[in-house]
Structures are given as C-alpha cells and as structure tokens.
Write a new protein. Structure first.
Length: 353
C-alpha cells in the first residue's frame, strides 16, 4: 500500500485553524480568451486581502477550462502558483479536480507538479454512484491530500447521505470537507457522517454554503462519534462568495473565531451581518433564476470594482440575468462593509501592473 500524502506543516496548520479560501474566478477577454493580466490581478487581490488559501480550477473558475478547445486548466493553475511563489505566500493551495478517476488522477498529478497542497474533488461525475465517487477519491488521495465537496443539486451535485460522508471521511488522505449543498438538513448529514468516521479531529470542516455563511460559522453541531458525543464547528470557508469582498471575509472569520472563544461582541456583530450577507449573495448568485448568473454575478461585482473588464464566461450561454447587474450595484451601495470597494480602489493600479 502506498503512503498517504501529507500536507506541508504550514498548510496543515492553516487548514486546521481555519482560513478564508476564495474560489478563484477566471478572467477573460471579450473574445473569451484568458486575460492573464487580470487573472494575476485577482490572485494579488486575494493575497493582499489576507486570504489563507486559494482554490483554483473549481466551479467558480468554470469547469469548461478543461475542454480541449480552451485548454486552460494548466495555464490557470500555473498563473496562480507563479503569483503565490513570487509573493512568497504561505497559503493553502487547493486545485479542483473533475471527471472520472483517470481524469481526476491526472489533474491531481498536474496540480502536484505545480506545487499545490491538496485537491478539491468535484462530485459532479456523469454516471458515477456513491461507490464510484469513493473509489475515485481513494485513487486521487494517493497523489495529493483530498478535500471533499458536497455540491448543491441546482448546479449538478448529487444527494449524498450520512453513510457516504462517513465512508468518505474514513479515507486516510481526506484532510477537509467543503459543505455546499445549500441545505441545512444535508449540511447536518455531512457533519454527522464526518463525526461517525472517527476522524473528526483530522478533518477540517469548511462551509461552502454561500447562502448561510454566518450561520455555519456560528453554529455548533452536537453529534455522535465512535468515542461519544462531540461538538463540531466549521473552521473556515471555501467559497465562491468570498471571491468578492475577500478582505471583509477575513474580518468576518476573525470575528467568528472570537465568538467561538466566547466574545459576545463579536457574536453580535456577526449576527447583525448575517442577513446582509445573504442579501449580497442573492444578488451575486442569482438564486431567483436557478443560479443561471452565479459565475457571471461574481464577475459583475469584480467588473464594477475594476478588477475584471467584463462578465464573459467560456460558455456563451452563461451570463447575467435581467436586472442582476442592478441588484449587484444596489448591494454594493447598501453594504459597503462587505464589498472591499475602498480597498480595491486604493490598490487596483498596483495589482494590474
């Protein structure tokens, strides 16, 4: 049996303590080719904002980067790695992997060659049942440590029960799980499954529930484990929503950590932000139109702030829904403490160099 790949000590510490991990968007030109200058600027923004990690090649980066006509998976991962290397940044580097076992393993091997610490395994695999997803995770886990991913059904994720998450968390190479079913019941099932594996102390829980960020960060989950009752928490977030307002997200996570230590003031500050954050997410993620504008919405926020030139996606059918840009303008004005406008304006020229 091959040895289980280990995280770098610094990455393991950051992941366990909790971090803001933006899901990195894809900067494109009007003809839908890679805009390298703005792609680098985005990475520089996340660095300057204090993010503890980056997730590249994930849903927010657009799964289509893998398509042969685009062939952007390696270039996009490489650009982010170059920026992190140039900055000497000790961030957790997570690469998204997709497809069946052979494709996912090959993508993990590429990520390893580029210096990534771990891989986020997409559960959106055509024709794969739970057993196949588990077998694929084991195979990928022989290459790099694995971050699990419960993807919402609205954008193609399967329903995965508690037994699946128990078995998934039992895989020795699994170091974290991102919960993004956008469903409180399914989120609880994931947490209970991780607890039932007996590896809860080795697996960091990250929220990906962009519609319930504050709720997840403040929640205590009272669950049963093989050694008795446990209390588990989400320690951070790996989020498409945190691809915007990243500096504000860092402050939010710091308050969540204070609240977990008993700081009543921090708890109340987050409570006051909870519904505001949902309002921002509703504008950006477009749930009223079945998330049609979810990626373009992230782009539009960044476009309005000057980081991106447009909202173009690789799939020409993806774009903003009617009225979505106006909604994003509204929430930027309504919640300046959540959007980083002033911080971006101050540093934009430097990041775009």
């Amino acid at each position: 049996m091959s040895a289980v790949p280990a995280l770098r000590p610094e990455a393991a510490r950051t992941l366990a303590q909790g971090a803001v991990i933006p899901a990195h968007p894809l900067a494109l030109t009007a003809d839908r080719t890679l805009d390298e200058r703005r792609q680098r600027a985005l990475t520089r923004y996340y660095l300057a904002a204090g993010a503890g990690g980056l997730a590249v090649g994930v849903h927010t980066t657009q799964f289509e980067i893998r398509d042969p006509e685009h062939a952007l998976f390696e270039p996009v991962l490489a650009l982010a790695a170059e920026e992190l290397d140039a900055a000497g940044a000790d961030m957790v580097r997570i690469a998204g992997v997709a497809g069946g076992t052979a494709q996912a393993v090959a993508e993990a091997e590429l990520a390893r060659s580029l210096g990534y610490d771990a891989v986020l395994v997409s559960p959106r695999v055509s024709g794969a049942d739970e057993r196949a997803l588990l077998d694929r995770a084991r195979a990928v886990g022989e290459v790099l440590p694995v971050v699990g991913f419960y993807l919402q059904t609205a954008i193609g994720g399967p329903v995965l029960d508690r037994d699946f998450w128990r078995d998934f968390a039992s895989i020795p190479s699994v170091v974290a799980v991102k919960a993004a079913p956008f469903d409180r019941y399914r989120t609880l099932e994931l947490v209970r499954g991780v607890a039932a594996s007996g590896r809860a102390d080795e697996i960091a829980l990250y929220t990906g529930n962009d519609d319930a960020i504050v709720a997840d960060l403040l929640s205590e989950f009272h669950v049963d484990a093989p050694d008795g009752p446990r209390t588990l928490r989400f320690v951070g977030g790996l989020l498409g929503q945190w691809a915007v307002g990243t500096r504000a997200a860092v402050a939010m996570l710091e308050d969540a950590q204070r609240a977990a230590r008993g700081d009543v003031g921090a708890y109340h500050r987050l409570g006051r932000l909870a519904s505001d954050m949902v309002d921002v997410n509703q504008a950006v993620f477009d749930p009223g139109n079945d998330f049609h504008g979810v990626i373009a919405g992230v782009h539009e926020m960044l476009r309005q702030q000057g980081l991106l030139e447009g909202t173009w996606c690789l799939d020409p059918a993806e774009g903003l829904s009617p009225g979505q840009a106006e909604e994003i303008t509204r929430v930027r004005a309504a919640y300046p403490q959540l959007n980083d406008d002033a911080f971006i304006a101050e540093n934009l020229e430097e990041w775009l160099r």
